[in-house]
Ligand binder design. Structure first.
Ligand SMILES: Nc1ncnc2c1ncn2[C@@H]1O[C@H](COP(=O)(O)OP(=O)(O)OP(=O)(O)O)[C@@H](O)[C@H]1O
Length: 344
């Protein structure tokens, strides 16, 4: 079994394709995703709603609905093992221990009928042989670590008795309980107001530095990216369209999609009657163009080739990749009209 992992990486995703069965046909929501996460690195995955960010992260965790979804190609290498080949039972051992995940709305992830303490203890009992008393003490410690006031009291309360920000802190406490190597956070602050959002991001950053953990942070908010990322992955319609370190991405964006997203951030120093937006929407899975650039119909720079030739992701400057025919390197090896392998 090919298991290519660079020694220094926490995670290597190679050529991942994940699709959903719609009317008996497999339509891919994630196509040819390649990415790596190094220890202690914060990798932000950014893109509009429907770009495939969540499907990609749920593929890593093996949490997609089995009934209508499928990883049709590719590898997800973690700790030298391909997670796509693991059984549910084997994945249960990985989830929560080596890789944890936090979601946008903590209320849906927390169980309303159990106390904070019992939900913290559950993850400890599942993966360690701690006694009840030890788990309670570790729980209180974790609540302190995530800045929960009066942890001895809060540990016996129910999620609905707490604010949204507090609930997200509890989710973070649960997710770091077993010192995972990788934390996947899917829009962890979207449901929170801006001041609480800043506190939660600060907390995640502080924990990441203290615990030497890598984070894959999924967001549609470039403000969050600027605050948190070391490396940025920009996704559009299921494909990675640009990757760069955070400084290069904001100072020298290469893909017109990234440029449009950056120019749609409202700025205090510009007086405008209308905000910049990107006209159009991300195509649905059934309407995905099979040939050409998937962003072509919304792209201010599109030219003839863009609807006829499928660009490849290629290096366009040092440590900076893009998938756009404005760059010669992104023309596919065979420059004839290409039909994508998937969705046929
Ligand atoms: N369970 C599902 N069944 C069918 N299609 C799905 C399912 N989940 C997601 N999709 C489709 O896959 C595509 C990618 O969705 P995904 O949720 O990954 O986007 P996203 O970038 O995470 O967006 P958001 O920021 O809104 O979460 C979309 O077209 C979506 O409609």
């Amino acid at each position: 079994m090919p298991q290519e992992q660079h020694d220094q990486n926490v995670l290597d995703i190679n050529n991942l394709h994940t699709g959903f069965l719609i009317d008996g046909e497999l339509h891919h929501a994630v196509v040819d995703v390649n990415l790596s996460v190094k220890p202690k690195e914060v990798v932000c995955v950014v893109g509009e709603s429907g770009c495939g960010k969540s499907v990609m992260s749920l593929s890593i965790m093996n949490l997609l609905p089995k009934i209508n979804s499928k990883i049709s190609k590719g590898e997800i290498i973690f700790n030298g093992e391909d997670l796509t080949q693991k059984t549910d039972e084997e994945m249960n051992k990985v989830r929560g221990k080596d890789i944890s995940m936090i979601f946008q709305e903590p209320m849906t992830a927390l169980n309303p009928v159990f106390t904070v303490g019992s939900q913290l203890q559950e993850v400890l009992f599942n993966h360690t042989d701690m006694s009840k008393q030890e788990a309670r003490e570790r729980g209180i410690d974790l609540l302190k670590q995530v800045g929960i006031p009066r942890p001895e009291k809060i540990i016996d309360e129910y999620p609905h008795q707490l604010s949204g920000g507090m609930r997200q802190r509890i989710m973070i406490a649960i997710s770091i309980a077993l010192n995972p190597k990788l934390l996947i956070a899917d829009e962890p602050t979207t449901a929170l107001d801006v001041t609480v959002q800043a506190q939660i991001l600060e907390l995640m950053k502080a924990i990441q530095e203290k615990e030497d953990m890598a984070i894959m942070l999924i967001t549609h908010d470039l403000g969050v990216v600027a605050e948190m990322a070391d490396k940025v992955i920009v996704m559009y319609a299921g494909k990675i369209v640009e990757t760069a370190n955070v400084v290069d991405l904001f100072t020298e964006p290469k893909h017109p999609y990234t440029k449009s997203m950056i120019s749609s951030i409202p700025r205090m120093d510009e007086q405008k009657n209308k905000l910049n937006t990107i006209d159009g929407i991300v195509p649905s899975l059934k309407n995905m163009p099979h040939v050409g650039c998937r962003f072509a119909d919304r792209c201010p720079k599109a030219f003839d080739d863009c609807t006829k030739i499928t660009p490849q992701l290629a290096k366009v400057s040092d440590d900076h990749e893009a998938r756009c025919l404005l760059y010669d390197a992104c023309y596919p090896d065979t420059s004839s009209i290409e039909k994508e392998e998937v969705n046929q």
